[in-house]
Design a protein around this ligand. Structure first.
Ligand code: HEC
Ligand code: HEC
Ligand code: HEC
Ligand code: HEC
Length: 457
């Protein structure tokens, strides 16, 4: 089993015993990506590649407007996200989002009549949250979207509803025929296989472990089951289909679990799973009451995001072309969003009680110096029982980002554990996402490897 298409072929073969079903014309191209003999080839069908190229062009755009003159916040009545854009930047963005999301419907898709300030239409309320979500993806999920980032067009492609979304599957009651657990329903979501058709709820909404290889031989403590394996494979089929790649794009199939022999895109995919989960739980799910009933799933939940929502069959959405140079306003977190990113706006510290705990290269152990640096912070927290403390792990800009981020996270955990050991309650400790150190801090500078600790009133 080396690739998705092969698995599909096996299904067709088994069902129809018809060899001809396996060969597509014109012949497919194979591209070797791994070492010779590892079988890490990618299979491309020229017809699908051609169809893909057609939907991955960029829409026409205009150059950015200057950030001068009065701001949208000063000029308009009901602007909550884009307040610090200039009126020129704001108006241009309104024209762009109309082209990206509602080109047929126009401004009135989100605006009720001539009263632009009114929030009467749910589409405007959703669009405002989508503006925040887009900024959040571009600012806080660089571990996945890099500097390429996304705009509304990445998902919407000129449609009010993105082509690929999902909702929780219908709840299946155990009837006489038994509970199918979502199986034997070949749908595009599971690559037309008999695997569970909703592998999204457990992994892209809930945070279940994507593990198949058990760590223990005996039942005691080993929760890896055939059912869990099937969910995992269902998700993997979806990931392959969404990116238009085979399993070997990410795995050396000698061992699916082994990270050492996996390809770099697998680490990017790992962050993609976490990002999709974050977007669904922080943005889409809470909007269930905002969407009209017709947009909700059978269980009353919001339509949600999976890999296909952005990727739509391409290994990188829009083949990795970035629209952000023309839309810097969507690239960084501004105004009200600044509270979400500690790097953009340093939190106010109480009585100067902040500290930087430095770490040795590759180490996640809090040193004696680190313990000393934490002492005044612990004192301040004990003096003010209502104050909270935020921890942000920084790492150098050099080396492998995924490894660095994981290390930054582990270091933040180590500082958290040290604070807890000193008697600080867990709910007073707020962990922030790992940050890349400032460009002027070289990789060798110990300040690049730090956890910043700040007490907040
Ligand atoms: C996809 C939805 C959407 C479309 C289409 C859209 N807008 Fe908006 N518009 C918004 C949102 C959301 C806000 C509020 C932004 C904020 O809170 O930062 C807004 C705010 C405005 C405001 C500020 C009104 C006020 O006084 O508060 C103006 C003016 C405006 N839009 C003009 C336009 C024009 C002109 C068009 C068509 C070219 C357009 N919009 C198309 C979503 C949309
Ligand atoms: C990561 C993907 C993604 C991005 C980026 C994105 N959206 Fe959405 N959007 C969705 C999903 C998913 C839905 C829910 C679709 C449904 O109703 O079935 C949605 C729904 C909407 C709706 C409601 C449509 C309707 O008719 O119910 C509006 C309006 C909207 N988005 C505007 C925007 C705007 C404006 C932007 C850019 C600032 C944007 N979106 C960026 C994924 C995205
Ligand atoms: C785009 C990259 C990508 C593709 C393509 C992909 N996988 Fe994965 N796979 C991952 C990632 C990432 C994980 C780990 C997920 C996690 O830990 O959250 C994973 C985990 C797994 C696991 C669990 C390993 C364990 O630790 O127990 C199996 C089995 C697996 N994949 C099989 C497949 C199969 C079969 C295919 C093809 C149908 C496939 N994968 C395609 C990225 C990919
Ligand atoms: C919000 C939109 C969005 C979603 C959702 C998304 N991706 Fe991505 N993904 C991107 C962007 C943008 C890039 C390009 C980043 C770059 O240029 O390096 C990318 C790149 C990747 C890459 C790197 C490809 C390469 O060859 O380097 C992989 C692998 C990937 N995504 C897998 C996934 C998987 C798996 C999922 C679902 C769990 C997913 N993505 C969900 C936007 C998204």
């Amino acid at each position: 089993m080396t690739n998705a298409r092969w698995m599909k072929c096996c299904v067709i073969l088994g069902a129809m015993a018809l060899l001809a079903g396996c060969f597509e014309r014109p012949p497919v191209d194979a591209v070797q990506r791994g070492f010779r003999g590892t079988g890490m080839d990618q299979i491309y069908n020229p017809r699908s590649v051609q169809a893909q190229a057609a939907i991955n062009g960029l829409p026409p755009d205009t150059p950015p407007m200057p950030a001068v003159g009065p701001t949208a916040g000063q000029t308009f009545q009901n602007v909550k996200v884009l307040n610090d854009l200039s009126v020129g930047e704001f108006s241009r963005l309104m024209v762009s989002i109309t082209a990206w999301v509602a080109p047929q419907q126009g401004c009135t898709y989100c605006h009720a009549g001539n009263d632009m300030a009114s929030d009467a239409l749910y589409t405007k309320v959703v669009a405002r949250r989508m503006l925040q979500m887009t900024q959040h993806i571009n600012a806080d999920w660089k571990s996945h979207v890099a500097d390429t980032g996304v705009t509304c067009y990445t998902c919407h492609r000129g449609q009010p509803v993105p082509a690929q979304t999902w909702t929780n599957g219908p709840v299946q009651k155990a009837a006489n025929a038994g509970n199918k657990a979502g199986q034997n329903s070949p749908l595009p979501t599971n690559g037309m296989t008999a695997l569970p058709y909703d592998p999204f709820t457990p992994f892209l909404q809930q945070a279940n472990n994507i593990r198949v290889v058990g760590g223990e031989a005996l039942q005691n403590g080993n929760r890896i089951s055939i059912k869990q394996t099937e969910w995992t494979y269902g998700l993997m089929m979806h990931m392959s289909e969404s990116l238009g790649v085979n399993c070997t794009y990410c795995h050396n199939t000698r061992s699916f679990a082994d990270w050492e022999t996996s390809t770099p895109p697998r680490a990017v995919a790992w962050y993609g799973i976490r990002m999709a989960r974050d977007l669904n739980t922080s943005y889409l799910d809470p909007m269930a009451a905002t969407f009209p009933a017709a947009r909700l799933g059978p269980g009353g939940d919001s339509p949600k995001i999976n890999c296909a929502t952005c990727h739509q069959g391409a290994y990188k959405p829009l083949y990795g072309q970035s629209m952000l140079p023309n839309h810097p306003e969507l690239a960084k977190v501004r105004s009200v969003m600044a509270t979400v990113s500690p790097a953009a706006a340093a939190p106010a510290t109480a009585g100067g009680s902040s500290a930087a705990v430095l770490f040795a290269v590759g180490s996640k152990a809090v040193s004696d110096d680190g313990t000393k640096a934490l002492a005044p912070v612990i004192d301040a927290l004990k003096a003010d029982a209502t104050a909270k403390v935020t921890l942000s792990g920084y790492h150098s800009a050099s080396g492998d980002t995924a490894t660095n981020e994981e290390l930054a996270k582990q270091r933040a955990f180590a500082v958290r554990d040290a604070l807890q050991a000193a008697g600080i309650a867990p709910e007073r400790i707020v962990l922030e996402k790992p940050q890349v150190a400032e460009a002027n801090v070289a990789g060798e500078d110990p300040r690049a490897r730090r956890v910043e600790v700040a007490v907040m009133k």
